[in-house]
Design a binder for this molecule. Structure first.
Ligand code: 6R9
Length: 629
C-alpha cells in the first residue's frame, strides 16, 4: 500500500530545494530565511524562548505590507500581475503590484483618517474580492491587527469576534456572489454592530449593488478609498508587533482568537511558500482556492505569495457555479501552474466524475497541494492522475491556524511522496510523536518540540487558555491535538484529531483510515467514521456513507462495504454499522463534524449545530435513519 512517488527528474532538476534535510543550526537557518524580507532595522537576537512564550527576531523592525507590495514595485516589478481576479458571474479584474501599491496606500490613508491607530483592531467581513486583500494589507501597513471573519459566519459569530478583540472598525461589502445569486453581507454587519458599541465606523465595498440600510457610521469604500491620496509613509513596526488575530474553534463553545505577530510569521509564510510550492515568481501562476477568512487564505493567498512577488488567481465563488467545470476552466484560462486545494474539494470532484476535468486543458499544472485534513490515498491518486496528469508532485501540507504556516510536508523536488502522508517536518521545524508519558513512540500525539517563527503568540485575552490548551500536556512541547503515526522510514502520517482516533478492543484505529478504505470502494462518494461507545469493545466503528450517483442501493451493498473495509484494513476495522446518508455535516471550512455524527451513532439528541455550513443537514440525516432498535 505504501508505494511512493519520487520527484519527477525534470521537476527536481529545476526545484528550489533539492534536499529535505534538517539544517545543522536551526536558528542560523531561520535567520537566513528572515533575510528574504526587507527589514528597516536588523534584529538583535533570533529567538528568545521562555516557554511557552517566544519572541523571534527581537529588536528587528519591518513593515509587512511594504514587504508584500512596495518592495516589488521598487524593484521594477510594478507591472507584474499580482492578482488575476475572477468574479463568480464571470467579471474579471487584473491587479498589478503597482495597482495594489496604490490601493493599499489609499486604504491606509482612509483607516488613519477614521482614527484607527497602530495596535487597534479592525474586523474584515468580506467576500473573496480584491478589496479583502487590500484591506488586510492596509491594516498591516498602519500596524492595526486585522481579524478576518469568514463571510459565511452569522451576525452572532461576527459580533462575538468583534467583541472579543474589541474592534473599532468593520470593513464589509453590500454582498457577494455565491451560487449564481447576490448574497447580502451588510445586514449581518448591521445586526452585529448593533450589539458592539465599540465599533465607530463601517466601511462598505460596493460589490453586488443590492439595497443596503445606511446609518451615519457607514461609509462607502469607493467614496473614501476611491478618492484618497496615494501618498502614504509606511513606518516600520517591531518584529513582535501583532499582525492579526484569527478565530478558530476549540473544544469549548468559545472560539479562540489566535494571535500572530509580524517578523516571524512573515518569514515562515514566505519561506514555506517558496520551498513547498517551489515558486518561480517570474513564470508561475499560483492558485490557492481557500477563502481569506481561513488561515490558509491568510498565509497562502495574502502574506506568503505576495511577500514572494507571486502572480496568482483569486476566485470569488464556488466550484459548481455556474457549472461543475469552473475550477478547470480557470486553470486553463489563466495557465495555472500550482494549485492548492482541500481533500473535501477533491472528493467532491471525484464524485462528479473524471470526465469533467478531462474536458479542459490542464497541461499548465506542474504542482498540486492539499491542506485541511488528512487526504485519503484514493483521493490523492485521483488528484494525481486526473488533475495532475500523472506528472505533478503533490504536497500534502500539515499545519494549523496556530502554527501560522506549513510545518510538515514533502518538498516536491526532494521527497518521494507517499499518498496520504504529510511525511517530513520542513527544514527548521522539529516534530515528534509522543505517547501519553511524553516519550517518543510509533503511534501517539503529534508534538512540535522546538519553537518556530510563525507560531501563535497567544490566545487573544486569555494567556491561561493558551498555556492549558497547547503547553500543559507536554511542558515545553507544543501539543497539536492531532494523532500521528511514524512509519519505518521515519515519515509522519496524520491520523486526524486526537478525539477522532478510535479505540476498538484495545486497538487504535484511525477514523481516517476506515474512511479511506470506504472511499476506495467504487460505490462510495464520501464517508465519515466515528467511534461510538460500545459495551463490549470500548468503541464500535460507525460509518456514514454517501453513495455515488451511479451506485445501486440495498442491504447487500452495506454488507459488501463492511467486507471491503475488512479486506482493506483487517476484520478489526469492520464497521459495526454503516448508515447511508444524503449529506455529511461540515463546518464552513469543509471539516466533517464528527462530534455530531457521534451523537447520531450513539442515538442521543445532537449538540450545537451553529458552526455547520448548512444546519439542515443533520435533520436530513436523522430523518433518513430507521428508529432506534
Ligand atoms: C491549515 C488548516 C488544523 C487541523 C489540524 C489537522 C487538520 C490540516 C492537514 C490536516 C492531516 C493535513 N489538518 N492539514 N490533517 N493532513 N495535511 O487547516 O488549519 O483550520 O486550523 O485546521 O486540520 O487536524 O490540526 P486549521
Amino acid at each position: 500500500m505504501d508505494n511512493s512517488y519520487p520527484p519527477p527528474a525534470d521537476f527536481a532538476a529545476r526545484a528550489n530545494l533539492t534536499s529535505d534535510a534538517q539544517p545543522a543550526d536551526r536558528l542560523a537557518f531561520w535567520a537566513t530565511q528572515a533575510a528574504r524580507l526587507d527589514w528597516e532595522r536588523p534584529w538583535d537576537e533570533v529567538l528568545r524562548w521562555e516557554p511557552p512564550n517566544a519572541e523571534w527576531f527581537t529588536g528587528g523592525t519591518l513593515n509587512a505590507a511594504v514587504n508584500c507590495v512596495d518592495r516589488h514595485v521598487a524593484a521594477g516589478l510594478g507591472d507584474r500581475v499580482a492578482i488575476h481576479w475572477e468574479g463568480e458571474p464571470g467579471d474579471t479584474r487584473t491587479i498589478t503590484y503597482a495597482d495594489l501599491h496604490d490601493e493599499v496606500r489609499r486604504a491606509a490613508n482612509v483607516l488613519t483618517e477614521l482614527g484607527v491607530h497602530a495596535g487597534e483592531r479592525v474586523a474584515i467581513y468580506l467576500p473573496m474580492i480584491p478589496e479583502a486583500v487590500v484591506a488586510m494589507l492596509a491594516c498591516a501597513r498602519i500596524g492595526a491587527p486585522h481579524t478576518v471573519v469568514f463571510g459565511g459566519f452569522s451576525a452572532e459569530s461576527l459580533a462575538a469576534r468583534i467583541t472579543d478583540c474589541d474592534a473599532r472598525l468593520v470593513i464589509t461589502a453590500d454582498g457577494g456572489f455565491r451560487r449564481g445569486a447576490a448574497s447580502a453581507l451588510k445586514p449581518q454587519v448591521d445586526a452585529a454592530v448593533a450589539r458592539c458599541p465599540g465599533v465607530l465606523n463601517v466601511l462598505v465595498v460596493q460589490r453586488t449593488g443590492q439595497d443596503v440600510e445606511w446609518t451615519e457610521r457607514d461609509l462607502w469604500w469607493h467614496e473614501t478609498v476611491g478618492t484618497a491620496s496615494t501618498a502614504h509613509y509606511a513606518r516600520a513596526f517591531d518584529a513582535e508587533h501583532p499582525l492579526f488575530v484569527l478565530y478558530t474553534s476549540g473544544t469549548t463553545a468559545k472560539p479562540k482568537g489566535i494571535l500572530h505577530t509580524t517578523g516571524g510569521y512573515l518569514t515562515q509564510a514566505a519561506y514555506t511558500h517558496h520551498a513547498v510550492f517551489d515558486l518561480k515568481p517570474e513564470t508561475d501562476v499560483y492558485w490557492c482556492t481557500a477563502d481569506v477568512g481561513w488561515v490558509t487564505g491568510h498565509s497562502y493567498l495574502v502574506y506568503g505569495p505576495l511577500a514572494n512577488g507571486a502572480t496568482q488567481v483569486m476566485y470569488e465563488g464556488t466550484p459548481d457555479s455556474p457549472h461543475r467545470g469552473r475550477f478547470w476552466e480557470l486553470v486553463a484560462k489563466y495557465g495555472v501552474t500550482i494549485l492548492y486545494t482541500a481533500p473535501t474539494a477533491i472528493r467532491t470532484f471525484m464524485k462528479w466524475g473524471e470526465e469533467l476535468p478531462a474536458g479542459y486543458d490542464l497541461s499548465s499544472l506542474r504542482l498540486l497541494g492539499s491542506v485541511g485534513e488528512p487526504i485519503n490515498p484514493e483521493a490523492w491518486r485521483w488528484y494525481h492522475e486526473h488533475i495532475g496528469g500523472g506528472r505533478c508532485p503533490i504536497v500534502d501540507t500539515w499545519w494549523q491556524t496556530e502554527t501560522g504556516a506549513i510545518m510538515i510536508s514533502p518538498l516536491p523536488g526532494a521527497t518521494a511522496t507517499k499518498p496520504g502522508a504529510a511525511q517530513r517536518p520542513l527544514p527548521g521545524v522539529s516534530a515528534d510523536v509522543f505517547d501519553e508519558a511524553g516519550q517518543p513512540t510509533e503511534v501517539g500525539h503529534l508534538v512540535l518540540t522546538e519553537p518556530w517563527p510563525s507560531m501563535l503568540r497567544g490566545i487573544w485575552g486569555d494567556p491561561e487558555r493558551y498555556r492549558d490548551t497547547y503547553w500543559a500536556t507536554y511542558p515545553e512541547n507544543y501539543f497539536a491535538g492531532d494523532g500521528a503515526r511514524r512509519d519505518a522510514d521515519g515519515d509522519i502520517w496524520l491520523l486526524g484529531r486526537v478525539d477522532d482516533v478510535m479505540n476498538v478492543s484495545g486497538h487504535r484505529i484511525s477514523t481516517t483510515e476506515v474512511e479511506s478504505a470506504l472511499v476506495n470502494h467504487p460505490a462510495v462518494a464520501e464517508a465519515a467514521v466515528v467511534g461510538a461507545s460500545d459495551a463490549t469493545t470500548g468503541q464500535g466503528i460507525v460509518a456514514f456513507v454517501i453513495l455515488r450517483e451511479s451506485a445501486e442501493l440495498g442491504e447487500e451493498l452495506v454488507g459488501r462495504l463492511r467486507g471491503h473495509v475488512a479486506e482493506q484494513i483487517g476484520a478489526i476495522a469492520k464497521p459495526r454499522q454503516i448508515l447511508l446518508v444524503p449529506e455529511l455535516p461540515k463546518t464552513r471550512s469543509g471539516k466533517i463534524m464528527r462530534r455530531l455524527l457521534r451523537d447520531v451513532a450513539e442515538r442521543r439528541p445532537f449538540g450545537d449545530v451553529t458552526t455547520l455550513a448548512d444546519s439542515s443537514v443533520m435533520d436530513l440525516i436523522v430523518e433518513g435513519l430507521a428508529p432506534a432498535a
